[in-house]
Design a protein around this ligand. Structure first.
Ligand SMILES: O=c1[nH]c(=O)c2[nH]c(=O)[nH]c2[nH]1
Length: 309
C-alpha cells in the first residue's frame, strides 16, 4: 500500500486490475511445434494519485483499463516463449519505469497448466491438455529497480497409501483419534518460495531459467514427500513431512531464501460398518471414505537465518 498523511489521517491506497486473462502462442519454425501459455494476471500499482481520492482530480491515475491493455501489448512484444516470472518482471518494470507516478508495481500471475499431448506415443505439434497443478509467480518492482520475486505451486495433490502415522499427541477427554503407524496421507500442496535476486539487474537472463527452476523445486518437494520408489519414507506427521520438504528446498537451492508450504491433511476415513447381525465391512487398511471437509490445516515457512526477511 502507498502510505501518506491526508487531511490529518493516515491514508493507504493502491489500485490495479484483477485477473486479466491472456493466452500467447508461439509458432516455432525450427521444430515445427506450437507453444502456448495461458496466464491470469493481477496488477496492483502503488502510485502518487491521492488527488483522485480527495480532490476529484484523476490526472495522476493510470487507468486500470490501460493496465489490462498493457498485458496484451507486452504479450505481443514477447517474440520468444518466456517464463511466467519473466513476464511478471517485464510488466512490473514497465509500470514503474514508464509512469512517474508509480513507485511500486505488484504483478501476480497464475499459469494454467496446458501440457503438450502425446498421440501414438509422440508429442503432438499443436495439441495440449490441461494438467493439474498450477505455476504462479509474483514480481514486486520498485522504481529504484529493487525486486522481490516469488514463485510457487498451487493445487499439487499428493497421496500415499502407507508409510504414514500419527502418534504421541495430546490426549484428553475430547480425544478419540486412535494412535496409528499405518494410514493414508493425502494433501494438496500450496508452495511459495522467494528468490534471493533483489534487483532487476541480478536476475538470470538465461531463457526459461525460472521455468526449469520451478520444475526442479517441484521435483524436490515431491521426492521428499514420497521417498525412494521401493521403500518410501515414513511420515510421523504432516508437520514433519512439511518441514523435511521445506528444508530440502532451502538445502538444494542456494538462490531461494524463503519457502512457505501449506499442506492440508485431507482425511481418508477408515470404513467399518456393522448391522445387528454383525460386521459388514471390517477395516483392514483397504476401504476408506474420502472427505474434503473438514480437513486439517498445516502450514509453515522456513527462511535462511541470514535472509533479510
Ligand atoms: O499429521 C497430522 N498432524 C496433525 O496435527 C493431526 N491432527 C489430527 O487429528 N491428525 C493429524 N495428523
Amino acid at each position: 500500500m502507498a502510505k501518506e498523511v491526508v487531511e490529518g489521517f493516515n491514508f493507504e491506497q493502491r489500485h490495479g486490475k484483477d485477473k486479466v486473462r491472456v493466452a500467447r502462442v508461439w509458432k516455432n519454425k525450427q521444430d515445427g511445434r506450437d507453444y502456448v501459455v495461458e496466464w491470469r494476471v493481477t496488477i496492483n500499482l502503488l502510485s502518487d494519485c491521492v488527488n483522485s481520492y480527495v480532490r476529484d482530480d484523476n490526472s495522476d491515475i493510470v487507468a486500470t483499463d490501460t493496465m489490462k491493455n498493457t498485458v496484451y501489448a507486452k504479450a505481443k512484444e514477447c517474440l520468444e516463449i518466456l517464463s511466467v516470472e519473466d513476464f511478471a518482471i517485464k510488466l512490473a518494470k514497465h509500470f514503474t519505469s514508464f509512469y512517474k507516478q508509480v513507485t511500486t508495481a505488484i504483478v501476480s500471475i497464475v499459469e494454467k497448466p496446458w501440457e503438450r499431448i502425446n498421440v501414438d506415443g509422440q508429442p503432438h505439434e499443436h495439441g495440449f491438455k490441461l494438467g493439474s497443478e498450477k505455476h504462479k509467480a509474483e514480481a514486486i518492482v520498485q522504481k529504484s529497480g529493487a525486486l522481490q520475486l516469488t514463485s510457487g505451486i498451487e493445487g499439487l495433490s499428493l497421496l500415499k497409501t502407507t508409510k504414514s502415522g500419527f502418534e504421541g499427541f495430546i490426549r484428553d477427554k475430547y480425544t478419540v483419534l486412535p494412535e496409528t503407524r499405518e494410514r493414508m496421507l493425502a494433501t494438496e500442496v500450496t508452495a511459495s518460495w522467494r528468490y534471493s535476486y533483489e534487483s532487476l539487474h541480478s536476475v538470470p537472463q538465461k531463457p526459461l531459467y525460472f521455468s526449469e527452476k520451478h520444475l526442479d523445486v517441484k521435483k524436490v518437494l515431491v521426492d521428499t514427500f514420497f521417498g525412494p520408489p521401493n521403500v518410501g519414507v515414513y511420515s510421523p506427521s504432516v508437520q514433519s513431512t512439511l518441514y523435511q520438504m521445506a528444508k530440502a528446498t532451502l538445502n538444494r537451492f542456494p538462490e531461494i531464501s524463503y519457502v512457505q508450504l501449506k499442506m492440508p491433511n485431507i482425511h481418508f476415513l477408515p470404513v467399518n460398518i456393522s448391522s445387528k447381525e454383525g460386521q459388514i465391512v471390517k477395516f483392514e487398511d483397504d476401504v476408506y471414505l474420502p472427505t474434503d471437509e473438514p480437513h486439517g490445516s498445516i502450514e509453515a515457512s522456513l527462511s535462511r537465518f541470514s535472509s533479510k526477511m
